[in-house]
Write a new protein. Structure first.
Length: 187
């Protein structure tokens, strides 16, 4: 029981840390929901759908956007959590000094090089993003841009497979549904 309690406390600590770091941010989508909703969704997919109980994976899922999108350093994550969580979050962090198109290309290129734990987090991240682009797209995104996002996500996930069949299956389902909905609203 002690270990379970410790794990829960560690998970909640990650949630508290991420909520604090992202407190002023909202998702880009038209519902502009608080950023933390995305992080909870990614961790929840891994736990419920993927059956994942590994603490580092769940913590890194919650923290995966802190370095990229907030003033958080790898050192800070290692000090608060541990070296493995830091490594996972760093694996999931794009180099923001590069132009957006280059970052997107590198996500496809680097996908197969990620560790297994980082891969499954990234697939869950893409599930959450594809859902948002399908149901709550940013107001200024025209229809073709939404379709292109889905195509790109599919390419990234193609390089991430071989980790967790249930999470990969949910991505496929989410992508199919997104394409079906976008095909029905092609104006
Ligand atoms: Zn994310």
């Amino acid at each position: 029981m002690q270990a379970t309690n410790n794990s829960l406390t560690s998970l909640l600590r990650a949630l508290h840390f991420a909520a604090d770091k992202h407190r002023d941010q909202r998702r880009k989508g038209c519902d502009a929901c608080p950023y933390i909703n995305h992080l909870i969704e990614v961790a929840e997919i891994l736990s419920r759908v993927g059956g994942i109980e590994d603490l580092a994976t769940l913590q890194a899922a919650i923290l995966h956007d802190t370095i990229e999108d907030t003033q958080t350093t790898g050192e800070e994550i290692e000090a608060r959590f541990d070296a493995e969580v830091r490594r996972l979050v760093e694996e999931l962090t794009d180099d923001k000094r590069l132009p957006k198109a280059e970052r997107k290309r590198l996500q496809i290129e680097h996908a197969p090089d990620l560790s297994l734990k980082a891969r499954v987090i990234k697939i869950a991240d893409k599930i959450s993003n594809v859902r948002d682009v399908t149901h709550f797209p940013p107001a200024h995104w025209p229809h073709p841009r939404r379709c292109e996002y889905l195509d790109w996500a599919e390419e990234v996930v193609a390089g991430l497979r071989g980790t967790n069949p249930a999470v990969e299956g949910l991505f496929d389902l989410t992508l199919r549904e997104g394409r079906r909905i976008l095909a029905g609203s092609s104006s």
